[in-house]
Write a protein that binds this ligand. Structure first.
Ligand code: 9MR
Length: 363
């Protein structure tokens, strides 16, 4: 049976109390395995610290990773939220037209429940990882609207009360701020975005509805386009609750400028903001200087979120270099996460913790 984070926390609090008693009695506390390896044991997790300011600290998880119990257990202890890496995407949830399969998604729901984690739903609509029947079909506007409505309605209803937020539409803009010409745009026109949001709201009146993308972390043409879109959606009274900044950063491209200002301008439109898929990759091999720069960036991104009231949380896209999408996609790059392949904390972990502590005030 998996230990719930609550009981793990209670146990570590009890352990700390015992250690304090031992000290009072002048007894030497037995060194823990962590102490022997020199790593400092913290009683409060990243999520504990984030919760001090009403936020969450999360990590994505993909179904095959659940079999890595060491990895899954640490995720369950350290984090307060999770996002399925793939399990709730269209190819997984509606592999044949009108035939829904929630097996993989439900597995993540069960894991989240067993570990006391909140769950972000990802994603109802994307140009990638669509089932073949959908992407290779030819559809009229009415047919595709009805397919999209049926998909959103079924998936959102199934996960009602189980996810607190949905990435309703993922990666719908190009770098220059024009609409991405995905199948929905080409067949339905830009109105598919408002449609999707309205159908999601109808299926679950309480879940937070997000738009989500990469390369929108700082100020620029792409984030400007989302700013204009969300402003318009608000003016049209289309339900929109949040903007997700994926945060897939790379040391070699520099830290995007104006992250805090960008978060704040969306917050000022009346939506929540969150980092939803944060990772900071580098050209391998990693060395001390790169890891220090990475740590600095993780700290800066965390602080930027903490400086904006409506920045509700941060999710890393996996927390350890043991399981990461990057090496398979960007050859020769990686080491993007705050824990290494052996699940040891990297300087990035310390920087995130320091930023959270500065906001939470005390440990
Ligand atoms: O982490 C996901 C990986 O396992 C998949 O192979 C990949 C397919 O494109 O998608 C990854 O997650 C993506 C996310 O859904 C949307 N933003 C970019 C993420 C990294 O590619």
């Amino acid at each position: 049976m998996r230990t719930s984070p609550r009981s793990a926390r209670t146990r570590s609090a009890a352990g700390a109390a015992l250690a304090a008693t031992a000290l009072l009695l002048g007894l030497a506390a037995a060194p823990s395995a962590q102490a022997e390896t020199g790593a400092k044991q913290h009683t409060r997790t990243l999520d504990d610290l984030a919760r001090q300011s009403g936020r969450y600290f999360g990590s994505a998880v993909d179904n095959p990773e659940l079999a890595d119990t060491e990895y899954a257990d640490l995720l369950g202890r350290e984090f307060g939220s999770t996002t399925p890496g793939n399990a709730m995407k269209w190819y997984a949830t509606e592999p044949q037209r009108g035939v829904f399969d929630f097996t993989a998604g439900d597995e993540i729901v069960d894991y989240a429940r067993a570990n006391g984690l909140k769950l972000r739903g990802h994603t109802l609509l994307w140009h990638s990882q669509l089932p073949d029947w959908l992407s290779s079909g030819t559809w009229t506007k009415d047919e595709l609207r009805s397919i999209l409505k049926n998909h959103i309605t079924h998936v959102v209803k199934h996960y009602r009360g189980k996810v607190f937020a949905w990435d309703v539409a993922n990666e719908i803009m190009n770098e220059d701020g024009t609409y991405r010409e995905n199948i929905f745009y080409k067949t339905i026109g830009p109105g598919y975005i408002a449609d999707a949001l309205r159908w999601a709201r109808a299926a679950d009146p309480k879940v937070k509805l997000y738009l989500n993308d990469y390369n929108v972390d700082g100020l620029g043409a792409k984030s400007d386009a989302y700013y204009a879109l969300i402003k318009q959606l608000k003016a049209d009274r289309v339900p929109i609750d949040g903007f997700g900044l994926q945060g897939h950063l790379a040391l070699q491209y520099g830290l995007p400028g104006g992250i805090k200002e960008n978060l704040q301008r969306f917050a000022d439109l009346g939506v929540d903001v969150a980092f939803t898929e944060l990772d900071i990759r580098m050209i391998l091999p990693a060395d001390e200087a790169k890891l220090a720069q990475q740590a600095d960036w993780y700290g800066q991104v965390t602080s930027a979120c903490l400086a904006v009231k409506r920045c509700v949380g941060i999710t890393v896209w996996g927390y350890s270099d043991r399981h990461s999408w990057i090496p398979a996609v960007f050859e020769g790059q990686g080491a993007a996460l705050p824990w290494d392949e052996n699940l040891q904390r990297k300087p990035a972990y310390d920087a995130i913790r320091a930023a959270l502590l500065a906001a939470a005030k005390k440990d």
